[in-house]
Design a protein around this ligand. Sequence first.
Ligand SMILES: Cc1cc2nc3c(=O)[nH]c(=O)nc-3n(C[C@H](O)[C@H](O)[C@H](O)COP(=O)(O)OP(=O)(O)OC[C@H]3O[C@@H](n4cnc5c(N)ncnc54)[C@H](O)[C@@H]3O)c2cc1C
Length: 291
Amino acid sequence: MPLKEKFERNKPLSELSTFGIGGPAEFFIIVTTIEALKEVITYCYKEKLPYLIIGKGSNALFDDRGFRGLIILNKIDFCRYEGEEIEVGAGFSFSLLGAQASRKGFTGLEFASGIPGTVGGAVFMNAGAGGVETCTPLLDVEAISPEGQQRRFAKEEIAFSYRYSSFHENRYAIAAARFQVKKCSEAKQKQLTLLNYRIKTQPYQDKSAGCVFRNHPAHSAGALIDRCGLKGLSQGGAQVSEMHGNFIVNKGGASAVDVLNLLDEVAAKVKEQTGIVLEREVRVIPYELPR
Ligand SMILES: Cc1cc2nc3c(=O)[nH]c(=O)nc-3n(C[C@H](O)[C@H](O)[C@H](O)COP(=O)(O)OP(=O)(O)OC[C@H]3O[C@@H](n4cnc5c(N)ncnc54)[C@H](O)[C@@H]3O)c2cc1C
């Protein structure tokens, strides 16, 4: 069957984001192997079809009009342990990886437990918690170029900083990653302590995309928002969480425009009251990708 006939049409992106927001994707496909990802990207390159690869949609705000082009949902989810190294498909749950590695008595990935994205999304965002970032235990990354070529990036070939990797610019699709871990008898306890803290301090039951603003070097964005009295502020169905100031939650029927308006209002009020300019962490996915 020609590849294009395997594409689903008008897939609601609200089903693919933890915010529960987003219009229809023009075309949609799920990939479960690196070969399939390569084939799809090669097709997009040849046909000049714009595409975006996503994981759990836990840091993505999709447009109310949806997405023009192909959304590739990454479900490449193998996971192999070899001594103190783990090779894992980019569609594997990052949270599960953290819990599983700790349960097996390996330290290095405890912080991942509770981060509700994929390994690919975590590498792309350099996701982190408790002072540890994805790039810390990372060894290398297998990725597919926008032309469909596979290559391996050693960690040193990737630029990482706070919630940033050079994959933001080079548009490679992350297919797999390898992590270095170490045997440690306290790993399981450390992971449970981090997870319990997270459950107590973050609104896990609500639809959100986690922290929407990047922390300022000297101040946590959540503390600044709280200090400015903005918890509970709302626009349409979107509300600044009462539990954590840096979370915007979908209280029901929120649109992307509601969230964007609320982000603007919060940033303007924080700037007015403190002089600090907050920058967005959440990835706003446009209807049309810039050419
Ligand atoms: C309740 C909650 C708690 C959270 N806590 C944390 C936290 O403690 N720390 C933290 O850092 N984040 C946190 N997040 C945010 C989010 O989980 C992370 O940013 C996560 O890494 C995103 O992964 P994802 O698979 O969901 O990516 P998506 O949201 O699907 O995508 C995000 C971006 O990554 C790109 N991308 C995804 N997969 C790939 C790939 N395979 N190749 C290339 N690009 C890709 C997408 O195109 C998009 O631009 C939280 C979110 C929620 C909802």
